[in-house]
Design a binder for this molecule. Structure first.
Ligand SMILES: Nc1ncnc2c1ncn2[C@@H]1O[C@H](COP(=O)(O)OP(=O)(O)OP(=O)(O)O)[C@@H](O)[C@H]1O
Length: 300
């Protein structure tokens, strides 16, 4: 018998207005436990608002939010308290307490605190008052506060903000490791090159609407591939390839073959015409390019 995967989050018909402004129109999405989900979209798309609604922080106008099958709203959020850790916008930090003391407010387990401090490399300053922390140190403390209880769902709004490259890498590894043990992540970030290294699924929102929800495998499949060729005689090479029915254009000093083609016959066509090949590179669109293309295609 096939095991039904547990839905970690299910959002149906979510609508949010601030005054006369519709910020979320009709937001629907769901994802299963153990996934790393990227929530992406332009500035002001509604990502933080969605995350706040998931945490029961907003009196929404309409719609239904469920975490692990339990309803979440401003008045009903026991599942959030028990199962969710979050860092939304800036971490809520008491300036006169040390990082360690703030973590003690989240859990009674010294073992968990030691683990998170060590894994995020905060040992050097964790006993200092937080008012003396840099932006990046505060950000790490905020992440530590979201993770320290080992919640089943972790919601992180722009977690890479202010982190140095080494810390970003550590955080990436930690997220993947925790997801491997069953923790679910919903992460918003504008650094798509970082997100694409870890997420299983991407939810793209724009102007308060979900434009698409796709797995990374689906997005990679829809990424366009091209071949960039440079020869000693590009004008001649262009004619030869067009005559052989290749989808090719010339851009500055390169010839661009705009669809995936078999390499050997293409090379043979050029060599048979006595054209010397100087360079040949294969490109595949990255997540950022795919998403920007999808956003642009939608607006035309
Ligand atoms: N409390 C509020 N009152 C009025 N408008 C708000 C409020 N919070 C958010 N908004 C508006 O809602 C829209 C969505 O904001 P939100 O912070 O959710 O976007 P975002 O996708 O997280 O953007 P960014 O990538 O810039 O962080 C924006 O136009 C914002 O100005």
């Amino acid at each position: 018998m096939q095991r039904v995967q547990e839905k970690m989050v299910r959002v149906v018909g979510l609508r949010q207005t601030f005054g006369h402004r519709i910020v979320l129109r009709d937001v629907n999405f769901e994802f299963s436990a153990g996934k790393i989900v990227g929530l992406v979209g332009p500035n002001g798309a509604g990502k933080t608002t969605v995350m706040k609604a998931l945490l029961g922080l907003l009196p929404t106008d309409a719609g239904n939010v469920r975490i692990l099958g339990q309803p979440v709203s401003v008045n009903t959020h026991s599942v959030v308290t028990q199962q969710v850790g979050a860092l939304i916008e800036r971490p809520a930090i008491y300036p006169f307490l040390s990082g360690w003391q703030q973590l003690q407010l989240m859990t009674t387990s010294e073992k968990q605190i030691t683990w998170v401090v060590q894994v995020l490399q905060m040992d050097a300053y964790i006993h200092r008052a937080a008012k003396r922390y840099s932006l990046g140190m505060k950000q790490k403390l905020g992440i530590a506060m979201a993770l320290v209880n080992r919640p089943r769902l972790v919601i992180l709004d722009e977690p890479m903000n202010g982190l140095d490259p080494q810390s970003v890498k550590r955080l990436r590894h930690l997220i993947v490791q925790m997801a491997g043990k069953g923790t679910t992540f919903l992460i918003s970030s504008h650094i798509l090159s970082e997100l694409e290294k870890i997420v299983d699924t991407v939810i793209l929102i724009d102007q308060g609407e979900v434009l698409l929800q796709r797995t990374m495998t689906q997005l990679r499949e829809s990424a366009r591939q091209s071949l960039v060729v440079q020869t000693t005689e590009n004008a001649w090479a262009l004619r030869v390839l067009l005559q052989a029915d290749y989808p090719v254009t010339q851009r500055v000093r390169n010839l661009i073959v705009t669809k995936p083609v078999a390499l050997t016959p293409l090379l043979r066509t050029l060599l048979d015409a006595h054209i010397q090949i100087l360079k040949i590179n294969q490109y595949q669109e990255d997540l950022e390019t795919v998403l920007l293309r999808l956003l642009t295609e939608r607006k035309v």
